[in-house]
Ligand binder design. Structure first.
Ligand SMILES: NC(=O)c1ccc[n+]([C@@H]2O[C@H](COP(=O)([O-])OP(=O)(O)OC[C@H]3O[C@@H](n4cnc5c(N)ncnc54)[C@H](O)[C@@H]3O)[C@@H](O)[C@H]2O)c1
Length: 355
């Protein structure tokens, strides 16, 4: 066990707490909320809600949604809003999102829009949501199979990270979250990349320090540019092609997970960086090898290259119909607003398929 002691991260308008059950309990019980409502999905209802209720020593009002990206829709929001009304939520109520990025993005969106906005806190329970989605205020849902088309940027009242929650995560979900940790290292810090490179998620026992360092990358960037006008775009590395692949795969019976699609997106966008002579062949091969060593190959996920290219046209980073992307100019360094062509995307997808 490491003796790493994570201090809380004080953002401008909220705090990210690490392992602070007492603080969470005080906040719920002493902040005079008229009602506390916890949004869970069917997995976090089983694995995480009992832990939360036991630690808080109280039963919560609970809204349960079905798990999975395909339920991250406005229809599920309508169900949540109606249940909030039935439970008597008013403008002084508190919503706790207890779950991964889907529960956090959608539950936060519901709270942020219910009665023009009520208080909410995130208690992220997946590796992905702990290192990434719970921080930075992006909330929302998918539309017509396109990712995060409806939403807003609004910070929660607080984020409470308890690394113990990830113990019950299935391996695929662990790897999915690890994809975002790889991204955080690649866009920000060569040393962090070396540390991440040394982790085998299957045998890694103590995640606390790694989660803290990864959250710190996200915190620094989102604090400097909360509205994604400049450097926050660095966090989109791997996501232009990654989201396009994820959207294409949502049609399948067993779709890729978000972080799995992003891992492929990282390889493809590293290849585009190489095509543009921003990144060396050596760095491209190092990144590709690291990801292929850890992740199952999914060449079937890019059967229809034209559809994937077409999906990139719906990317929110585009401007005036031109696809824009964040690329790497070294391991640990990203450049934003790079125009990329259909042919560059095509070549990168072929590279992933054939490598
Ligand atoms: N807001 C942002 O800045 C941001 C950033 C990155 C990703 N995202 C979004 O996050 C979503 C992906 O998040 P995710 O990977 O957490 O997905 P998820 O919320 O679907 O969770 C993954 C799976 O793990 C289960 N689960 C959650 N916690 C568990 C636990 N402790 N034990 C066992 N099972 C558990 C869930 O029920 C689900 O089946 C995507 O919708 C993506 O767009 C948002």
């Amino acid at each position: 066990m490491s003796i790493f002691n994570a201090t809380n991260i004080e953002c401008k308008d909220y705090t990210i707490y690490f392992d602070q059950w007492d603080q969470l309990s005080r906040s719920i019980n002493e902040d005079n909320y008229s009602k506390t409502i916890c949004i869970v999905d069917d997995n976090t209802q089983n694995h995480c809600l009992p832990i939360l209720e036991q630690k808080l020593n109280q039963q919560l009002n609970v809204i349960i949604i079905k798990s999975g990206e395909k339920y991250k829709t406005i229809d599920t929001c309508t169900k949540i809003w109606k249940e909030m009304m039935l439970l008597g939520a008013d403008r002084h109520s508190l919503v706790i999102t207890l779950g991964g990025g889907v529960v956090g993005d959608m539950g936060g969106f519901c709270a942020a829009t219910y009665m023009r906005g009520i208080s909410f806190i995130h208690v992220p329970t997946t590796l992905l949501s702990q290192v990434d989605s719970s921080v930075g205020g992006k909330l929302g849902v998918d539309l017509n199979g396109y990712k995060n088309m409806i939403g807003l940027i609004l910070n929660p009242n607080a984020v409470y990270i308890f690394p113990e929650f990830i113990k019950s995560l299935p391996n695929r979900e662990l790897f999915s979250g690890f994809g975002e940790m790889i991204k955080h290292a690649l866009i920000s810090d060569k040393n962090l990349w070396s540390q991440i490179n040394a982790i085998n998620p299957l045998t890694h026992a103590d995640w606390k320090e790694d989660i803290y360092k990864s959250v710190y990358v996200k915190y620094k960037i989102t604090e400097e540019d909360p509205l994604e006008l400049s450097i926050r775009k660095k966090l989109n590395f791997g996501h232009t092609v990654g989201h396009a692949i994820e959207s294409e795969n949502l049609k399948n019976e067993f779709p890729l997970l978000h972080g799995e699609a992003i891992a492929i997106g990282i390889i493809c966008e590293s290849h585009i960086s190489y095509q543009k002579e921003l990144l060396s062949l050596e760095a491209l091969e190092e990144i590709t090898q690291m990801i292929l060593d850890l992740y199952d190959r999914h060449p079937e996920s890019i059967l229809d290259i034209n559809n994937i290219i077409s999906n990139t046209k719906h990317d929110k980073k585009n401007k005036g119909g031109i696809t824009r992307c964040t690329l790497l100019n070294d391991i640990g360094s990203a450049v934003i607003d790079q125009k990329i062509t259909e042919n560059e995307i095509k070549l990168s997808l072929q590279y992933y398929k054939n490598v």
